[in-house]
Design a protein. Structure first.
Length: 691
C-alpha cells in the first residue's frame, strides 16, 4: 500500500484545506518514499501546486504523468534518480534542486536547460545566462552541424521522390552516423551532445518524411556568411559624426487646408538667478565604486511657473570635468528613471554624459550616487530589475543600471550598494544605444558604431556579485543605430531601430537557426520624397512607442514628428521577400525646423504624451489624450497637429556666465508624470515639477 494518501497530502500541504486543488506548497521530504508511493492520479488533483519538495527519499525515477503543470519549484535532492528528461512535463519550472543524485552529471544539467524554458535556478545557483546560451547558441551550432552532416553525407542518397522504406533506411543510417560523428564541446558533455544531436537528427528525419512521393521539397540551404566589418576610431563628439551637409536645404512646415489646428501655448523665458555651490573635493576612489558627492548644484533663486502645471525645479551641473563650475561644454546624452521597488524610495533619475553617470533625487536635486570612469564618454544607459538571492538565501529584487559609451564597454552597476560589479566588452567601437527586454529582464540589446546590434544575457549576480554574460544574437545594421525599441506586443519577436540611413526592423526570435541576421524590413516615410542632393531625411534620430502599436519617430530636419502604426504597416507586407514597406502614417505633429541631429523624443504611454527638445532649449509637449481613441482605431488625421505646450528655457545666471539657450538632447518623464527631466549640450541637467 502506498505511503502517500490524500490525507497525508492535505496534512503536509499548505495552505491548509480539505481540497487537494487548493494546495500551493507540499513538503514530502525524508519520508523514505519510493517510486511506487507516488500515485499520479492523486498528484494530478493538485492542479495549483506551486512548490514540491520530495528530497531525501529513495526515488529511482519520477513518474512522467504527474499533471503538475503549474509547478514552479521542485526539489528532489538526495535521491537515486537517473533520468531528467521526465522533467519536461513541468514546463513552468523556474527552480530545480537535484543535488546528491549520484547518477546525474553535468550533461544532465544541460539537458534540463533545454527541457525547461523558464528555468532560472539549478541547485541553488542562477543559471539564466548559461541556460540561454545552451538553449539558443549551442542549439544553433549543433543543428547546423547536423544539417551539414546530412548535406555532405546523406542528402544525395535520397531520390527526388523517395519511398517510405527508402527514407526509413537512410534515416536509420543517418541517426547512427550523427551519434558517432557529431562532436561539440568538452568530453564531459559528450552524453548531452549525443542526446541533443539525436534530437536534431530526429527532426531532420521527420522533415525527410515530407519528401515522399508527391511531396517534393527544397533541397538547397541558404548559407549565411559572416562578414567582417572594418573598425576605425571615432571622435568623441557625436555631432561631428553627423552625415548631414553643413548647408542643408531648409524645409517649410507642411500645413493642411482642412480644419484649423489648435494653437500651442509657449512660455516666455523667465530670468532665473543661479547659485553655484561646489561640493567638497572628491576623494580618489576605485573605479569600481560610485562616488555619491555632488560636484555642482545650480538652483534657481526665483522659480516662476513655465506653464500652469509645470515648474522648473533644479538645474544641475553634475557631470563637470575636474569638478569645474565653468564646464559648459560636456554634452549630456541619456537619462532614465529608476524603477520603483519601494514606495518610500525617492523618485530618482540616472543621467550620463562625459566620463560620469549620476543618480539624482528629483525632489531635492541631490546627486545620490556618482560613477566615474576616466577617459570614458557615456552615451547611453538603461535600467532593469533582477531577482537576486542573498547570502541568507532570501530572494530580493534589485535595480541594475547598464551604461555604455565610447570604449564599447557595458558597465553594470548596482547603484543602491554603490558597486559596479561587472563589465562586458560588447563592441570594438562606441556603444550608441541600449535597451533591456521588458519580457526577459536579463536580455540586453546593445547598438554600436560598428554597425551591429548584439543581444546579451547579462545573467543575475550571485550573492558575491559574480555573473556570467552570454552573447545570444547579432544583428547587422547598414549604419549606426541611434534609437531602438522592442515591439511591446511581441518583444521577443521584433526589434525596430532608427539608424543613420533609415528605420529598420529585425526578426529576433531565438529559435531560428541564424545566429547573425540582417534586417527583415526597411520602413519608408513620406518625407523621403522631398530629399535633395544636399539633404538626407533618412537620418532617423528618434523612435519610441506611444502604445503597443503606435510609434513616434522623426528624421533630422523633418520639421515634424510622425505617428505611425506598426501593425498596419506590417500587414502591408504581402510576402517575406518584400524588404521595404511604407509606414502607415496616422498623424503628423509640428516640431522645430532644427538642422541639428540627435535631439531625441520620448513618450509617456501612461498619459499618451510625446516630448521633444529643440536647439533653442524649448521643450515641445504633445498631449494626445483627446485623439487617443482615433489613433487606437487607426483613424488617419490629415491636419498637422500643433504642440499642446512649449516650455521655454529660463535665462540662467552662474557666477561667470549667462545661459540663455541650449540644445536639449533628450527629454523624459517618469511613469507617474511627476517630473520632467531634460539634458542639455552644455552640461546642465534640468528637472521640472509637473503639478
Amino acid at each position: 500500500m502506498s505511503k502517500i494518501t490524500a490525507d497525508v497530502l492535505l496534512k503536509e500541504g499548505l495552505p491548509k484545506s480539505i481540497h487537494l486543488k487548493d494546495l500551493k506548497k507540499l513538503n514530502l521530504s525524508k519520508m523514505h518514499l519510493e517510486m511506487k508511493d507516488i500515485d499520479p492520479k492523486l498528484f494530478s488533483q493538485m492542479v495549483n501546486l506551486d512548490e514540491l519538495d520530495i528530497s531525501h527519499n529513495t526515488l529511482s525515477e519520477l513518474p512522467d504523468n504527474l499533471g503538475l503543470h503549474n509547478l514552479r519549484i521542485l526539489n528532489f535532492a538526495d535521491n537515486h534518480v537517473e533520468d531528467v528528461t521526465v522533467l519536461k512535463q513541468f514546463p513552468n519550472l523556474e527552480e530545480v534542486i537535484y543535488e546528491d543524485n549520484i547518477y546525474l552529471t553535468v550533461s544532465d544539467n544541460y539537458k534540463v536547460f533545454c527541457l525547461l524554458p523558464k528555468l532560472r535556478r539549478l541547485n541553488n545557483k542562477d543559471i539564466t545566462s548559461l541556460a540561454n546560451h545552451v538553449r539558443f547558441v549551442n542549439h544553433r551550432e549543433l543543428s547546423n552541424r547536423v544539417e551539414a552532416h546530412w548535406d555532405s553525407k546523406f542528402k544525395d542518397n535520397l531520390p527526388d521522390k523517395p519511398s517510405s522504406q527508402k527514407i526509413n533506411a537512410v534515416a536509420k543510417d543517418f541517426i547512427k552516423s550523427v551519434v558517432n560523428n557529431i562532436k561539440y564541446g568538452p568530453s564531459s558533455l559528450k552524453e548531452f551532445v549525443r542526446w541533443k544531436a539525436l534530437g536534431c537528427s530526429g527532426k531532420k528525419r521527420d522533415s525527410a518524411d515530407d519528401c515522399t512521393e508527391g511531396s517534393p521539397t527544397k533541397r538547397t540551404r541558404i548559407q549565411h556568411e559572416l562578414q567582417s566589418i572594418p573598425l576605425s576610431p571615432r571622435k568623441s563628439n557625436r555631432l561631428q559624426n553627423s552625415p548631414l551637409s553643413l548647408t542643408p536645404i531648409k524645409r517649410k512646415q507642411e500645413t493642411s487646408t482642412q480644419g484649423t489646428p489648435s494653437k500651442s501655448t509657449e512660455t516666455k523665458s523667465p530670468k532665473v538667478a543661479l547659485k553655484s555651490t561646489p561640493s567638497k573635493k572628491q576623494s580618489n576612489e576605485s573605479s569600481a565604486k560610485i562616488n555619491g558627492k555632488q560636484k555642482l548644484s545650480l538652483t534657481p533663486k526665483i522659480i516662476q511657473k513655465a506653464l500652469d502645471n509645470i515648474e522648473p525645479l533644479h538645474f544641475l551641473q553634475c557631470h563637470s570635468k575636474n569638478n569645474s563650475c565653468e564646464d559648459f561644454k560636456t554634452q549630456l546624452w541619456a537619462c532614465a528613471f529608476e524603477p520603483i521597488l519601494d514606495s518610500s524610495s525617492p523618485k530618482a533619475v540616472a543621467t550620463c554624459g562625459g566620463d560620469s553617470v549620476c543618480i539624482i533625487d528629483c525632489e531635492t536635486g541631490k546627486v545620490m550616487k556618482k560613477y566615474k570612469v576616466t577617459g570614458e564618454e557615456f552615451f547611453t544607459l538603461v535600467w532593469t530589475t533582477l531577482t537576486m538571492i542573498g547570502k541568507d538565501e532570501q530572494k530580493r529584487k534589485i535595480n541594475v543600471l547598464a551604461a555604455g559609451g565610447k570604449h564599447g564597454v557595458v558597465r553594470i552597476i548596482h547603484a543602491k550598494v554603490s558597486l559596479c560589479y561587472g563589465e562586458i566588452k560588447a563592441h570594438k567601437k562606441a556603444i550608441s544605444i541600449m535597451c533591456f527586454s521588458p519580457k526577459q529582464d536579463t536580455f540586453l540589446f546593445t547598438g554600436s558604431y560598428d554597425k551591429r546590434i548584439i543581444l546579451w544575457d547579462i545573467g543575475v549576480p550571485d550573492c558575491d556579485y559574480n555573473f556570467r554574460p552570454s552573447q545570444l544574437l547579432t544583428l547587422d545594421t547598414t549604419s549606426v543605430p541611434l534609437r531602438m525599441c522592442l515591439v511591446p506586443s511581441c518583444p521577443d519577436e521584433f526589434l525596430v531601430a532608427a539608424c543613420e540611413d533609415g528605420c529598420f526592423a529585425w526578426d529576433i526570435r531565438l529559435d531560428k537557426k541564424q545566429g547573425r541576421r540582417s534586417y527583415e524590413v526597411e520602413l519608408n516615410f513620406p518625407i523621403y520624397k522631398e530629399e535633395r542632393k544636399d539633404n538626407d531625411f533618412h537620418v532617423i534620430d528618434s523612435l519610441a512607442f506611444l502604445n503597443e502599436d503606435i510609434i513616434a519617430s522623426k528624421s533630422v530636419m523633418q520639421g515634424s514628428i510622425y505617428l505611425w502604426s506598426w501593425e498596419k504597416t506590417l500587414k502591408t507586407r504581402k510576402t517575406k521577400n518584400v524588404k521595404k514597406l511604407d509606414a502607415v502614417i496616422l498623424a503628423q505633429m509640428k516640431w522645430s525646423s532644427s538642422e541639428t541631429p540627435y535631439l531625441v523624443l520620448s513618450t509617456s504611454p501612461e498619459r499618451y504624451c510625446v516630448f521633444c527638445g529643440d536647439e533653442d532649449g524649448k521643450i515641445w509637449i504633445y498631449d494626445l489624450d483627446s485623439c487617443k481613441a482615433d489613433l487606437q482605431r487607426g483613424k488617419l488625421c490629415s491636419v498637422v497637429k500643433e504642440p499642446t505646450k512649449i516650455l521655454s528655457w529660463p535665462i540662467l545666471f552662474s557666477p561667470k556666465e549667462k545661459v540663455e539657450k541650449t540644445l536639449i538632447n533628450v527629454v523624459t518623464v517618469d511613469p507617474t508624470m511627476e517630473y520632467l527631466v531634460a539634458l542639455t549640450d552644455i552640461n546642465i541637467v534640468s528637472i521640472w515639477k509637473i503639478k
